[in-house]
Design a protein around this ligand. Sequence first.
Ligand code: FES
Ligand code: FES
Length: 162
Amino acid sequence: MNKVKVNIKINQEYISKAVDANILLSDFLRYNLKLTGTHIGCDTSQCGSCIIMLDDKCVKSCSVLLAQCNNKNVVTVEGLGKIDKLHKVQEAFKNNHGLQCGFCTPGILFSALELSMRKNQRSEYQIRKFLDGNFCRCTGYHNIVKSIKSFLKEKDLVNEKV
Ligand code: FES
Ligand code: FES
């Protein structure tokens, strides 16, 4: 297998190494770095459970080669918050019962974060539409939407960068 050199920042840590040219970002995160919070639900770019942030944009990591992430910044759910210091979006989901089994949750947290960067998208319809690419088999979405609304409201109130 051809090797390519990548320089990448993942959850604030710099990694510089030669990797297989065809390794997916999702596989690298899960199997090489053991960052198993990035879930793989379909491997065909549909379910959204593998979404991470790549340079402040949500991407489905099962559809991106690690080699395409050269010189980029990746954040996975492990880099969002810690068990004793949750990120505000995680707190909103916790407080509003926005998850059940949690399989879809890492991807949905990042979708909520990206949505929060779009100032003019705050209606329930817009939130539901934005979640088009995130499948949840448990919740019926009601409390997910409630959690995102609560997060967006708090973020607007404190006007802070998340
Ligand atoms: S595993 Fe990537 S979209 Fe389903
Ligand atoms: S909480 Fe189980 S799939 Fe969403």
